[in-house]
Design a protein around this ligand. Structure first.
Ligand code: 4AZ
Length: 897
């Protein structure tokens, strides 16, 4: 394959009356008068109390009435006229004083109560704090017994370290009083490094001070008792970091704590509990403390890792460059699942590492299997590089570079030349660090820092020397870079080639070809457009074929402007303009049904069945375009969402093979390699069910006396990426039961170039073997849509096949335009897909293979089958594919699918 890139009764008058009856109402009134008695001291008489106001008088109540009430309850209550003002005045002032005092007293009591509640419940509420950290014991040498936490030596030293830490805390008023317990978790080399965990209970209002004191290096300095001339332990570099309190529980419960020491020249494996037979437990806190000999570092690789998909609260694995799970020494946080080719190798800066598995209360997944071994500690990195050219990489590339590393490469080319450095792979990304700041890990050349993920870039020097500096801090590492340095002649920096302003050299033919080959676009500036090209408003030249193809090729959309239909008219998918009144009138005025697609907002609206309307299993037709397997119930019988176990990949994380076209393992799980006896790979095919494949009829012609239509000649390989790894456990090999080529296949015109193949036994769907979705015959793959073609075919015309499955992104080309380019050879069963500037195409050996479309739902559908072409990857000669929608009914007839 020639693949290249890319929310009082109200208003009632109060009534005067006696109420003598013993009926319910009486008692109600009586109670109300009591309420009033109590309430009257709190509410001014003139104002009815809110809420009870509908029952209480707005005009107050008399003393007389009250007395009556008190003395003879049976008499009932007399509600007095409102204006008994004399009596009121007589008693008024005295009563008001009492009322005021009571109010003040009440307010004071409320205030004091509030203060007490706030103090004890909030301000003084005890908070549990945990800190983890380490310190260096200067006057001890590491001995092997310190690795075993139950050895007498460990216990003895741990006691002393613990008491030293407690002394330090005691000497600090912001720390000492709140310290609850300290546990020494491990020791490692470096005199002796002691790892500890300290628990504190602190009143909330002192929490901040405690945090500050623990973060302050000065407060964690050992102050030697002057009376003790020789302290038992001399410690320095005491560091502490806040930790999740759950870790204190883990330190006490060691049921999921593992200590492993690398053995010289051996690889040590470990895995999550139950792996691979049962999923890891919920609410797990598992830790693996990995050690190597003194002066060694650890190389850790996750061979498989399959955890809950990443969210803020999902299960995760964290690797630390320390024996303490402290964030500043975290190397990586892993969740989700990774393709086998994703690089998951991490290096330590010292001879220890800690792997933590933290899981939440729901969702259990397989877990991980990991391996580690020890390597001698790297003496230095960088150095002087001389000569005309050469290569250099970050330490341990392509593994994740170690933390806390600094390298400088001083590059010097012959004095008559200048030097430039080309970074072919560049992954120096730290989570949360903007590439504009590069404050953590970075590459520095002169005074410019580079970080993040970058595609190929060049840095040139105007002298014969250049210094490349690399820095990694203590946390989060990436895979680094792979670079080459080249000497060049300043007067001709790119001999025989075009020099991008970035210093990169590209083929001269790439200049002004409509494609941005230089990252800064310098190859497409100052161009004079040829007859074959359209001049965009921004001055760029683009192939005329790209005009009005529904794709904004110019960047300013000027190539799509003159194509819009007049006001009051509708633009069909095929470019035709029709009056707006003809849209959704039940007639296919466009000729491709696009004026009748998605005519109603209601998903289930049924319309008259036409050649372009989707037919549900109940025989009713809907107007929505491409309703199959889009995750929405469009048919009343939901038949549009039936049989949708297709077109998805198991691996979410893709490998970062940038710039190349190699596919990842499991990236195209429907891709099949058809091997003919003693010939190896001959054609591609696509898996559409457990037993059926779709391929091209021309793969099964009789050729040179060999009957390729003979099923016994063939073997199908599924789950394959690398042709040389056909014996891999994930690869499934199947014999063929029968091959059905389309009866109308024309071996001269290649019309009806389709075949279906039945396997002798069903495949087992897996992470690397999955079927592709078949589109309905009404499915629309619009012009300009990007599709993917995959195969092991030739990488250059006439060349040999590729060992690794290749992929290429290509575009659907207008049928009329393409028919012109291919001298009227197209039929309705064919579609052109490619890149008109050439360079990206399918080629010999890709035949029969899949051309797939990623739909909005994320599902992939088979749009075509690789069929033929006028050569490979030539300009204006796109590849031709069998149009699946045109052959869909036939596939159903043959396979029932
Ligand atoms: C082939 O020979 C072949 N450029 C397949 C596709 C194309 C050319 C040749 C398209 O199998």
């Amino acid at each position: 394959m020639g693949f290249w890139w890319l929310t009082r009764e109200p208003g009632k008058q109060w009534q005067k009356h006696f109420c003598r009856s013993t009926e319910v109402k009486f008692f109600t009134q009586r109670e109300n008068s009591r309420i009033r008695e109590q309430t009257s001291s709190l509410f001014p008489r003139e104002t009815p109390a809110k809420g009870t106001g509908s029952l209480l008088s707005a005009g107050g109540i008399s003393e007389q009435g009250q007395t009556k009430d008190m003395n003879n309850l049976e008499e009932g209550v007399e509600f007095l006229p409102a204006m008994n003002s004399k009596k009121m005045e007589k008693r008024g002032p005295k009563r008001r004083v009492v009322v005021a005092i009571l109010i003040i007293a009440f307010l004071l009591i409320s205030l004091v109560t509030g203060l007490l509640v706030w103090h004890f419940k909030y301000r003084n509420a005890p908070v549990q704090k945990v800190f983890t950290g380490h310190l260096r014991v200067l006057n001890r040498e590491f001995i092997d017994a310190y690795e075993n936490s139950s050895s007498p030596e460990f216990i003895m030293l741990a006691k002393k370290v613990k008491s030293t830490i407690e002394d330090i805390y005691r000497s600090q008023p912001d720390i000492g009083p709140y310290h609850k317990e300290t546990v020494i978790t491990a020791f490692s080399e470096g005199s002796v490094i002691a790892y500890y965990l300290s628990e504190f209970i602190v009143p909330k209002y002192r929490e901040e001070k405690l945090d500050r004191a623990m973060a302050d290096k000065q407060s964690l300095v050992q102050r030697l008792n002057p009376r003790l001339r020789n302290p038992t332990l001399k410690v320095e570099s005491v560091v502490a970091f806040p930790a999740d309190p759950s870790i204190a529980q883990t330190a006490r419960d060691n049921s999921c704590l593992f200590a492993l020491h690398a053995k010289e020249g051996e690889i040590t494996s470990f895995n999550t509990p139950g792996f691979p037979h049962s999923p890891y437990p919920n609410n797990a806190r598992c830790y693996w403390a990995l050690r190597a000999d003194a002066n060694s570092v650890i190389s850790l690789t996750f061979k498989t890792l399959d955890l809950e998909q990443c969210t803020d609260s999902s299960d995760y694995v964290k690797v630390y460059d320390s024996l303490s799970p402290v964030e500043p020494h975290a190397l990586v946080r892993l969740c989700g699942n990774y393709a086998p080719s994703y690089n998951l190798t991490f290096l330590s800066s010292q001879n220890v590492m800690l792997v933590a598995l933290i899981t939440n209360k729901e969702g259990r997944y397989p877990g991980f299997k990991a391996e580690f071994f020890q390597l001698p500690k790297m003496k230095a990195c960088g150095g002087t590089l001389r000569g005309e050219s050469g290569t250099f990489t970050t330490p341990y590339y392509p593994a994740h570079y170690p933390p806390a590393t600094d390298c400088v490469w001083n590059i010097e080319v012959p004095s008559t030349k200048n030097v430039k450095v080309r970074f072919n792979m560049f992954f120096v990304l730290e989570p949360g660090v903007p590439v504009s700041s590069c404050t953590k890990d970075y590459v520095q050349i002169n005074s410019t820092r580079y970080c993040g993920e970058r595609s190929q870039f060049v840095v040139a020097s105007s002298t014969n020397r250049i210094a490349v500096q690399f820095h990694s801090d203590r946390s989060y590492t990436d895979t680094g870079f792979s670079a080459e340095y080249l000497s060049y002649d300043s007067s001709d920096p790119c001999p025989g080639k075009f020099a991008c302003n970035t210093g990169r050299c590209i083929e001269k033919s790439m200049r002004c070809d409509g494609w941005l080959d230089c990252v800064d676009g310098s190859d497409e500036r100052s161009c004079t457009c040829t007859d074959q090209q359209f001049r965009c408003q921004n001055g760029w030249c683009k192939p005329k074929f790209w005009v009005c193809d529904n794709v904004n090729d110019c960047g300013d959309n000027s190539d799509e402007l003159q194509c819009s239909c007049a006001n009051n008219s509708f633009k069909c998918n095929n470019g035709k303009c029709i009056p707006n009144t003809q849209k959704c009138d039940g007639k296919d005025d466009c000729g491709d049904g696009s004026d009748e697609g998605t005519c109603s907002k209601a998903a289930q609206s049924t319309v008259a069945c036409k050649s372009y309307t989707y037919k549900c299993r109940n025989g009713l037709c809907i107007s929505k375009q491409n309703p199959e397997c889009d995750g929405q119930k469009d048919c009343e019988d939901n038949s549009d969402e039936d049989n949708c176990n297709c077109g998805t990949r198991s691996y979410i994380k893709k490998s970062r093979i940038v710039g190349g076209q190699n596919s990842d393992v499991g990236e195209w799980p429907w891709q099949v390699s058809l091997h003919a006896k003693s010939q190896g790979h001959v054609c591609g095919a696509s898996l559409i069910s457990e037993t059926w494949l779709v391929s091209a009829a021309h793969c099964f012609l009789e050729l040179q006396g060999i009957s390729y239509s003979d099923a016994s000649l063939w073997t199908a390989y599924l789950g394959l990426t690398n042709q040389s790894k056909r014996n891999d456990a994930n690869v499934q090999m199947k014999q063929i039961k029968r091959i059905i080529s389309h009866r109308s296949f024309n071996d001269y015109t290649y019309d009806y170039d389709i075949a279906v193949i039945e396997l002798q036994s069903p495949v087992t769907f897996s992470a690397v073997v999955q079927p592709i979705c078949l589109p309905d015959s009404t499915h629309n793959f619009p012009v300009g849509k990007d599709l993917w073609v995959t195969g092991w075919g030739a990488t250059v015309e006439g060349g040999s096949g590729s060992t690794i499955l290749q992929k290429a992104e290509i575009r659907v080309i207008n049928q009329t335009v393409c028919n012109r380019l291919l001298t009227d050879q197209l039929t309705e069963r064919m579609m052109c897909v490619g890149v008109l500037t050439g360079g990206v195409d399918a080629c010999q050996g890709d035949s029969g293979g899949p051309l797939v479309s990623v739909e909005n739902s994320g599902r992939m559908f088979l749009a075509g089958v690789v069929s033929w072409g006028d050569g490979c990857a030539q300009r204006n000669k796109p590849g031709v594919y069998s149009r699946l929608t045109a052959l869909r009914t036939w596939i159903k007839q043959q396979t029932g699918l």
